[in-house]
Design a protein around this ligand. Structure first.
Ligand code: NAD
Ligand code: GLY
Length: 380
């Protein structure tokens, strides 16, 4: 395959939003350019770089050096690793640290890390001083293909995932593919769930490509990786530009997420099930439910499960979640932000690449299917 990034080794994908358009730059060695890019966007501003300890160790010095060479005064603020950081306590600590670093309205926050840091730092940036600019520098595959693009920021609460948050669009997204070389294989696989999601939503040939290239993707083959990130970001940018605040089609990006968020919530949101893993299990369930409701041909659901397995993703609802029973699972699904007037909204599919939103899903039938296939004594 020729290099999908082209001769410049860069692909720039615009996210077109009235008055707040920005670019997603995909390429290699991008973190070493973050200083001049920040200074170009925000002349004479200070930068507060937010990262967890692992990412700070790997990439903090490179980012701080680049900022220093560009004449940008910068501080590094560490936040704890893992989903637990997306909490009221975590948000309070980060806002306090940003204020202690004397971040002013004209300054900028750089979210350097995975989706946890992006969601938390983006929310803190949206709140302090009633909103300061931020840049996303995603360092996980999941963050590069999904969470860094589109401006959703949030923390979790006892009631569920991402329930307190803001739309706060970044000024720039720098997706440096080189950072993925230090990512643990399990995190790579979790990111692949969000990659393959774009195929399942609306691009059947891309789904087929992902399953064919499963090995190349898992081993971070440069050409496979840049194609996968480019296609995913382009798909996401188009959906976000058409429906920034999820009044309609952006909800499709939540394929598998209503089931997945319930799995994360009932797992205690403790990292035992990664977000991408929960989404993979949830996408399998979404296709199975679609078959059970006579909306989708059974061979498509089989192909989805086979493809996810090929990519190394889990399919089974974890035993600690299964033990809590179908009622607890449905109650967790009921917390989803997409639900309206107590009715269950789901993203289902008429086939691979044909996802759609159903605003009033038949809860009884969904529950009966889940009871039979997941929560019964002998799940299918
Ligand atoms: P994460 O942010 O927890 O990162 C995973 C782990 O990888 C962390 O331990 C981190 O320290 C480590 N890590 C990150 N980059 C690394 C690197 N380059 N090398 C080595 N280690 C590295 O997990 P994630 O999967 O990136 O993000 C999951 C979060 O994203 C969830 O909270 C989810 O809700 C959120 N999310 C948000 C959106 C959105 O639109 N805002 C979309 C999808 C997911
Ligand atoms: N990850 C879902 C969205 O950005 O809408």
């Amino acid at each position: 395959m020729t290099d999908p990034l082209g001769p410049q080794g860069r692909r720039v994908i615009p996210v077109a939003l009235a008055g707040r358009s920005y670019e997603v730059v995909i390429g290699r060695a991008l973190l070493s350019e973050i200083g001049p890019r920040f200074a170009g966007l925000k002349p004479a501003a200070k930068a507060a770089v937010v990262a967890d300890p692992t990412v700070a160790r790997h990439y903090g010095p490179m980012v701080l050096d680049s900022l220093a060479v560009a004449g940008v005064k910068a501080s590094l603020i560490e936040v704890p690793s893992g989903e637990g950081a997306k909490s009221f306590d975590g948000l309070e600590a980060l806002c306090d640290a940003l204020l202690a670093a004397k971040v002013e309205r004209r300054d900028g926050v750089i979210a350097l890390g995975g989706g946890v840091v992006g969601d938390l730092a983006g929310l803190a940036a949206g709140l302090i001083k009633r909103g300061v600019d931020f840049i996303q520098a995603p360092t996980t595959l999941l963050a590069q293909v999904d969470s860094s693009v589109g401006g959703k920021t949030a923390i979790d609460t006892r009631a569920g995932k991402n329930l307190v948050g803001l739309f706060h669009q970044p000024r720039l997204v720098l997706a440096d593919l080189d950072t993925l070389t230090t990512l643990p294989p399990r995190e790579v696989r979790a990111g692949l769930a969000e990659v393959v999601k774009y195929g399942l939503i609306g691009d059947a040939p891309f789904f087929a490509w992902c399953t064919r290239e499963a090995r190349a993707l898992n081993t971070l083959s440069p050409s496979a990786l840049s194609h996968a990130v480019g296609v995913s970001v382009a798909a996401k940018a188009a959906i976000v530009a058409a429906d920034e605040t999820e009044m309609g089609q952006r909800a499709l990006l939540n394929l598998g997420h209503t089931f997945g968020h319930a799995i994360e919530l009932l797992s205690g949101m403790d990292g035992s099930v990664l977000h991408g893993e929960a989404v993979a299990i949830g996408m399998g369930l979404a296709f199975d439910v679609s078959v059970a409701l006579d909306l989708c041909p059974a061979p498509d659901a089989h192909a989805v499960r086979a493809g996810l397995a090929q990519l190394g993703l889990p399919l089974a609802v974890p035993e600690p979640v299964r033990r809590q029973g179908v009622d607890a699972f449905l109650a967790a699904m009921a917390q989803d932000k997409k639900n309206e007037a107590g009715r269950l909204t789901l993203i289902l599919a008429r086939g691979i690449g044909q996802a759609f939103v159903i605003k009033d899903a038949p809860v009884d039938k969904v529950a009966a299917h889940l009871q039979l296939s997941v929560f019964g004594t002998h799940p299918l």
